[in-house]
Design a protein around this ligand. Structure first.
Ligand code: NAP
Length: 301
């Protein structure tokens, strides 16, 4: 039993826990994987106000320590279901545990989108990766490719270009979603080659990846790029299905909620990347965490 149960220990969930504890209430955080959410895989965070540069791992660890230092409890167990029992909410985990709280904050983030092509699963860990910071060092001095055009892809490519012999940036169109400043830095790198208007259509190599086939979306021509690694950075998808009894989901599966972080169920709030929003950043995750926590504390009275 806690005043507020927070589902997810990413930046939104941990920020919420900090605000709950500082409001004099108790926060229990339940996390399926590890603390930090996606930021833990980001090589360098350089756009969080007040911190010039920090690795995602250091940032996440500092956040974790700050949260537990304030007395919040963090348990590692996947939440499978939430039941609205009126004044109390029952939270049921994969480990078979049941917790109750007067308020719940869903801060479940999102998971990496898959390419959805043949042998992707088989080659994951044998050349295909979704995390440049985790796996980049295995490809020192070797050619690699990064697929995607958002901030993750650009930052991954920057990071990898520092020690890989060659970095192809494969993107399905010419315009990038990622920050122009990072794009400009990347364009100035001699070992970076952009492969635009292209998609990855085949993974080649047995038992390890040795090349990727890319198909030009305009001409239909295919080309093989000799690479030891492919870093897939094509965005995220939410995982909110288990909660559809208590919250509305938008067509893409994100929890329908505005900037006030309220869901359709009184006492159930949401924060961070898992909710419908246009800007998914560390700053907006932290902001949501504060908004949702203060709303939950005011709901508790
Ligand atoms: P994202 O911004 O959603 O970008 C995903 C990229 O993958 C887009 O360029 C998209 O192409 C492409 N894509 C999507 N589906 C694809 C498919 N099936 N095949 C090929 N390409 C596909 O995702 P993200 O880069 O992971 O970033 C997620 C959020 O985190 C963003 O809000 C980002 O700004 C934020 N982020 C922030 C930081 C930071 O603040 N330091 C670092 C990393 C990420 P289109 O552009 O054509 O749609």
């Amino acid at each position: 039993m806690a005043d507020v149960i927070i589902v997810g220990a990413g930046p939104a969930g941990l920020s919420a826990a900090i605000y709950v504890q500082r409001a004099g209430k108790t926060a229990l955080v339940l996390e399926a994987m590890t603390y930090g959410g996606q930021i833990i895989n980001t090589p360098e965070v350089e756009n969080y106000p007040g911190i010039k540069s920090i690795s995602g791992f250091e940032f996440a660890t500092a956040l974790y320590e700050q949260t537990t230092g304030l007395g919040a409890e963090i348990l590692f167990d996947r939440v499978d279901k939430i039941e609205d029992m009126g004044e109390l909410k029952k939270v049921i985990t994969a480990g078979g545990k049941e917790y109750t709280a007067k308020a719940v904050i869903l801060a479940t983030g999102a998971k990496n989108r898959r390419l959805g092509i043949d042998r992707e699963e088989t080659l994951t860990g044998s050349g295909v990766s979704y995390c440049a910071t985790c796996d980049g060092a295995f490809f020192r001095g070797k050619p690699v490719a990064v697929n995607g055009g958002g901030n993750t892809a650009l930052e991954d490519a920057m990071f990898l270009s520092n020690y890989c012999s060659k970095v192809y940036v494969i993107h399905r169109r010419e315009g990038f979603r990622g920050e122009p400043a990072t794009l400009e830095l990347l364009k100035a790198k001699e070992n970076v080659e952009f492969v635009l208007n292209a998609t990855v259509t085949r993974l080649i190599g047995e038992p390890k990846l040795s090349a990727v086939e890319v198909t030009d979306k305009i001409t239909g021509e295919t080309r093989e790029l000799t690479v030891d690694g492919l870093f897939v950075a094509i965005g995220q998808t939410p995982e909110n299905k288990p909660f559809e009894d208590v919250v509305d989901l938008d067509p893409a599966g994100y929890i329908a909620a505005g900037e006030d972080c309220l869901t359709k169920t009184p006492g159930i709030f949401t924060a961070g990347d898992c909710r419908t929003k246009s800007v998914r950043q560390l700053t907006t995750a932290a902001s949501d965490g504060a908004v949702a926590a203060l709303a939950a504390c005011s709901f508790l009275g």
